[in-house]
Design a protein around this ligand. Structure first.
Ligand SMILES: Cc1cc2nc3c(=O)[nH]c(=O)nc-3n(C[C@H](O)[C@H](O)[C@H](O)COP(=O)(O)OP(=O)(O)OC[C@H]3O[C@@H](n4cnc5c(N)ncnc54)[C@H](O)[C@@H]3O)c2cc1C
Length: 459
């Protein structure tokens, strides 16, 4: 019965044609996973507002915005700037890194997702002049806008971990799943490590990061992989977090901490990875503690056989250089875009709207958050174009399905106040615990939802 269900879901989610798309959406509606109201809402809105819209970045947020705005505006004038040939479903990187997805399952051609009528400039933005309302690209093209959608995602600062770079990823068995190639190398190395045994060291980072759950997931999956290989006793696993707690959403934290205890994975708090000696297989850390006003920094090293690390992340440099980031508060250091956390409109330049990973808002950077932000941002942008006050408000919804083993997921969904909020039909179940249906959602449903629904502006 279970196997038959898996097979059906697998066939539907692999089928990338129009019939496959429709069958998949019907299945989601009939299973109560998405509502017909939600899909109908994607069509039941229109405006004759005018203005030239430029979108910087065609990822989860930029493409979804392009699709919504194209449908909702009677006479859209949209230019999208993005250098990438490929559109990656990044949450799938974790499933590549544990052998559940093939690498080529997680990307599609970018050109197939640019809505009809949208002009695509295949280039990288290097500057925005928010006063002159223009954007400059590496090709030195200057593009003027009336309204700007700022969705370039975030920048991974590989150079901030000394001794390793994106190009040398994998050397000295130091791995990172925040890159498509890196995820593939992780899978090869993780299997070998689980078979052979030794010391596994796992880290997160001290900046805001996309999918804060990803470093924890790969740690737990490595542990389970070693049990699958009947070799758990020969592995010592340690998790080092830069935060003061393993997780900061109270509804889910107790169970996550319990899982780490049950699996015998000690968690060290307030530890920042500074560098890696890949020859010696040694990781350099700093433990940062505060006593009153005093900050105490204690350096230490950890030898490893397998390392999974997470580099610091920030807004792309051009955001900082163009003066679009926060200038004060916690979000200023990494220059996250200074938007109102409810309307997503820039606080200084009201013709700029920003969402997705680059947005300076106090929630988790996930594509689940993007899914909820898009209709709000699109409606608010249209209100601005119509000269009206934006009415839509974002409540900070984000979700992070923490894969706790092969077969279970702790489906963390929450808002700005860190209150749990269910958007999937699991309210009958105890969502503070890991669930098998949530694994089905993660493995079979979220990816086609992304490609068929979200990027098409349907959900
Ligand atoms: C390993 C991993 C696991 C994850 N797991 C989950 C998960 O389980 N659940 C979840 O919801 N989310 C997860 N995420 C996070 C999710 O993928 C991101 O939050 C989401 O993709 C953000 O969308 P975005 O549009 O802001 O950025 P992106 O999707 O990254 O898109 C940014 C786009 O901007 C373009 N761009 C960048 N710079 C420029 C420039 N200067 N000029 C023009 N274009 C530019 C890029 O080419 C890209 O196409 C995960 C991410 C990773 C890496």
């Amino acid at each position: 019965m279970k196997n038959e269900l898996f097979k059906q879901l697998e066939i539907l989610s692999a089928n990338n044609n129009e019939i496959g798309r429709r069958s998949f959406l019907k299945l989601l509606v009939s299973a109560g996973i998405i509502s017909t109201i939600g899909v109908n809402d994607a069509f039941a809105y229109s405006s004759n507002a005018k203005g030239k819209i430029v979108i910087i970045g065609g990822g989860a947020a930029g493409l979804s915005m392009a699709a919504r705005l194209t449908r909702w505006l009677d006479d859209p004038d949209i230019t999208l700037i993005d250098p990438s040939d490929r559109q990656y479903y990044q949450p799938g990187f974790t499933l590549i890194a544990c052998g559940e997805y093939e690498p080529d399952e997680v990307w599609k051609e970018q050109k197939d997702y640019i809505p009809d009528g949208v002009k695509w400039i295949k280039d990288t933005v290097v500057a925005v002049d928010p006063v002159a309302k223009s954007v400059t690209t590496t090709g030195n093209e200057k593009i003027n806008y009336d309204f700007l959608v700022l969705t370039p995602g975030l920048q991974i600062n590989w150079d901030k971990v000394e001794g390793i770079s994106l190009d040398t990823l994998g050397q000295g068995n130091a791995h990172c799943i925040y890159d498509w190639n890196g995820a593939q190398k992780t899978w090869t190395a993780m299997q070998e490590f689980a078979k052979k045994g030794g010391r596994g060291v796992f880290t997160d980072t001290y900046t805001k990061l996309k999918c804060g759950g990803a470093p924890k997931k790969i740690c737990l999956l490595t542990e389970h992989q070693s049990r699958k290989q009947n070799n758990r006793d020969n592995l010592q696993l340690d998790y080092f977090t830069a935060s003061k707690a393993l997780y900061d959403v109270p509804y889910f934290t107790p169970r996550l901490e319990e899982i780490y205890k049950e699996r015998n994975i000690p968690v060290s708090l307030n530890c920042r990875l500074k560098g890696v000696d890949t020859q010696a297989k040694r990781a350099y850390f700093e433990k940062i503690e505060t006593k009153g006003e005093e900050k105490i920094v204690t350096p230490f090293t950890e030898d490893y056989d397998f390392l999974h690390f997470t580099p610091p992340m920030s807004a792309p440099d051009f955001v900082r250089d163009s003066g679009l980031g926060w200038t004060e508060g916690k979000l200023a250091a990494d220059s996250w875009v200074m938007v109102d956390k409810e309307t997503l409109i820039h606080k200084t330049y009201p013709e700029i709207i920003s969402l997705g990973d680059v947005a300076g808002i106090p929630t988790s950077k996930t594509s689940a958050a993007v899914r909820v932000q898009v209709p709000i941002a699109a409606k608010n942008l249209i209100s601005l174009m119509e000269g009206k006050e934006p009415q839509e408000k974002y409540n900070g919804y984000a979700a992070c399905p923490i894969v706790t083993d092969y077969g279970h997921v702790l489906l963390c969904e929450f808002d700005y106040d860190k209150n749990p909020c269910n958007s999937f039909p699991f309210s009958m179940l105890d969502t503070s615990k890991e669930l098998w249906p949530a694994w089905l959602l993660k493995k079979y449903i979220l990816k086609p939802m992304y490609f068929y629904g979200m990027l098409r502006g349907l959900m």
